[in-house]
Design a binder for this molecule. Structure first.
Ligand SMILES: [Zn+2]
Length: 289
């Protein structure tokens, strides 16, 4: 557990995203949930020992941010309207109960008994939604919830002015491999500019340790590097499969190692990034022609 503001905390050591919370004078507001069931249940018990959890805000639809919602069954979920629309589809990517059970047996045996446990249901999506943004006041804290599409379409930042902290989800990967597998890179760059304009000293990324605004330029550079790299292949008429048959110069675009138990996805991630960016760049050029 890492303190990132006077009343703000994040957990950077779990397998999964950086789940976070703000302790207000009227209970907790959480940002995303621990991915591993046992971590999620420990968290809830630890928090509820002190005060109720008022809201859970999801920053994006990726499983490492939303699957733990299952273990906070009575907490209202806040999310961008597109997150509500795609919630079930993303959950389905995590596989059937049996597939999940087999995976947990290998990765996290302590969590196995929590799958299908009678106290919990499937993860629940947002019931409180917004389009461009909304503000929630809890106790003495203000939560400015802002739609910042980029890493994903419903991507959301949570800015807490009293804390000088903004929680960005995966629009920021701090010194670990950036996942551009479904991003709109141009929206992502615009989102980074909007985050830079907030009066926040501390940025809590989706993965990696907390950082300051200076890192936003590094993050933008990684997105720009990838776009520039793939753009040259598109111009020469080289297909994604042809790019992937050669060795992709991943570390020239993004110097950081893949983190948090995700090593086995390294090659698959590169394939997804190449395919996503190739398609988007090609479409953009065709639309402009
Ligand atoms: Zn993500």
């Amino acid at each position: 557990m890492r303190r990132v503001g006077p009343h703000s905390f994040t957990e950077i050591y779990y397998a999964g995203c950086n789940p976070s919370f703000v302790e207000t004078s009227d209970g907790y507001v959480m940002i995303d949930t621990p991915q591993q069931p046992i971590d999620a249940v420990r968290w809830r018990e630890m928090l509820e020992e002190k005060a109720p959890i008022r809201y859970l805000i999801n920053t994006e639809p990726h499983g490492d941010h939303i699957s733990g919602n299952a273990y906070f069954p009575s907490v209202p979920v806040v999310g961008q309207v597109k997150l509500q629309e795609c919630f079930e589809r993303y959950l389905a990517q995590f596989g059937t109960m049996e597939e999940k059970r087999e995976r947990l047996k290998q990765m996290d045996p302590d969590s196995v008994f929590l799958l299908g446990h009678p106290d919990y249901t499937d993860p629940h999506g947002p019931t409180v939604t917004f389009t461009d943004g909304m503000t929630i006041n809890v106790g003495n804290h203000t939560f400015q919830i802002i739609h910042h599409p980029g890493h994903t379409a419903p991507q959301t930042s949570v800015y807490v002015p009293e804390e000088g902290v903004v929680f960005t989800g995966d629009n920021v990967f701090h010194k670990c491999r950036s996942w551009l597998q479904e991003c709109d890179p141009w929206e992502w760059l615009a989102a980074l500019k909007s985050i830079a304009a907030l009066d926040a000293e501390v940025i809590v990324p989706g993965h990696g340790e907390q950082c300051g605004k200076a890192y936003l330029k590094d993050q933008a550079q990684i997105v720009e590097n990838w776009v520039g790299y793939i753009d040259r292949f598109v111009d020469r008429g080289v297909s994604p499969d042809e790019i992937l048959r050669e060795k992709v110069a991943v570390t020239d675009q993004d110097p950081y190692p893949i983190g948090q138990r995700l090593f086995m996805h390294d090659e698959r991630l590169t394939g997804m990034i190449v395919n996503n960016l190739h398609r988007r760049i090609k479409e953009k050029k065709e639309a402009a022609a």
